[in-house]
Design a protein around this ligand. Structure first.
Ligand code: F6P
Length: 323
């Protein structure tokens, strides 16, 4: 393999730049030419390719976002779009791809591999940590540290005023950000997409705390399909708990930005390099991950279709420690 390309796609996550840097420098180390594709699959269709040198990725490791930009491409969902993308890759002589993103990215990558056979190694980059085949995804650790910083600050004012706060975090289908934020932030209650909890359950939980003389409470809520679920829940709880001030904070996209933590920088660097080494070793249609501190390769099909279940130990710890 003499020429490869790297791109980022879907929701960005802190550490993607460190991963791009690792893929570019890894390729150069093995004397493979490397192109960056801007704006993900859309850039592949529009021909946004740029040859990367070692210096192209200097001074990006510590920055959030992605220097290659990101997009969610509707054109790539069509056969015609994918054909254009293939023609562009062929014209550039690209023989392998490193695709950094989440399950949407891997779904596109898997279809593209099945249609055109260009070897692709996916790298799990999403704050949601919802990808099967890796213990952690790039950006998750930074996102949780961002939520904890916010929760710590909210606790100060919640304590001063004796209020109940509902704090909404990201993770449309996955409660990883929520459960780790709740444990690390010392929350009284957590609402997860994986577990059906009603407003009544939350009320019972909060009232238990009030009976035990808790003067303020934090409820961490994982967003549902659209941001704002915490407001809905808080309004329902307000109907029963009338003698306490209830406030809502939606953390939103601040969770997606910021300088990556040490954990994310190391993870992203190992995975970016691992992806290139995987391609050179003949891997195709797989995702590189780290499981039990070892580099692994999981078929993209499994990474997409299998669910990484919440660790029951986290749920147990949350339950016991929030009394
Ligand atoms: O990156 C994953 C994620 O952060 C989800 O948790 C969230 O629901 C979604 O992206 C929102 O993304 P966007 O606003 O870019 O559509």
């Amino acid at each position: 393999m003499k020429r490869i390309a790297v791109f980022t796609s879907g929701g960005d996550s802190p550490g993607m730049n460190a991963c791009i840097r690792a893929a570019v420098r890894g390729a150069i180390y093995y004397e493979v030419e490397v192109y960056g594709i801007y704006h993900g699959f859309q850039g592949m269709i529009d021909g946004e390719f740029s040859k990367m040198e070692s210096y192209s990725v200097s001074n990006i490791l510590q920055h959030g976002g992605t220097m290659l930009k990101s997009a969610r491409s509707t054109d790539f969902r069509t056969k015609a779009g994918r054909k254009l993308a293939y023609n562009n890759l062929k014209a550039k002589g690209i023989e392998g791809i490193v695709a950094i993103g989440g399950d949407g990215t891997f779904t596109g990558a898997n279809i593209f591999f099945e249609e055109y056979g260009i070897p692709i190694v996916g790298v799990p980059g999403t704050i949601d940590n919802d990808i099967f085949g890796t213990d952690k995804t790039i950006g998750f650790d930074t996102a949780v540290n961002t939520t904890l910083d916010a929760i710590d600050k909210i606790r100060d004012t919640a304590d001063s005023h004796g209020r109940i706060f509902f704090i909404e975090v990201m993770g449309r289908d996955s409660g990883y950000i929520a459960i780790q934020s709740a444990i690390g932030g010392g929350a009284e209650s957590v609402i997860l997409p994986e577990k059906d909890a009603t407003a009544e359950d939350v009320v019972n939980n909060l009232q238990d705390g009030i009976r035990r003389d808790k003067s303020f409470s934090i409820v961490v809520v994982a967003e549902k399909d659209d941001p704002g679920y915490a407001v809905e829940l808080a309004n329902a709880v307000k109907k029963t708990i009338t003698d306490k001030d209830i406030r809502v904070t939606i953390l939103g996209h601040i969770q997606r930005g910021g300088s990556p933590t040490s954990t994310d920088r190391t993870l992203a660097s190992r995975l970016g390099l691992g992806a290139v080494e995987g391609l050179l070793d003949g891997k195709k249609d797989v995702m590189v991950g780290i499981v039990n501190d070892k580099l692994t390769f999981t078929p993209l099909k499994d990474a997409i279709s299998k669910t990484k279940k919440l660790n029951p130990d986290l749920l147990r710890a949350m339950k016991i420690l929030s009394i």
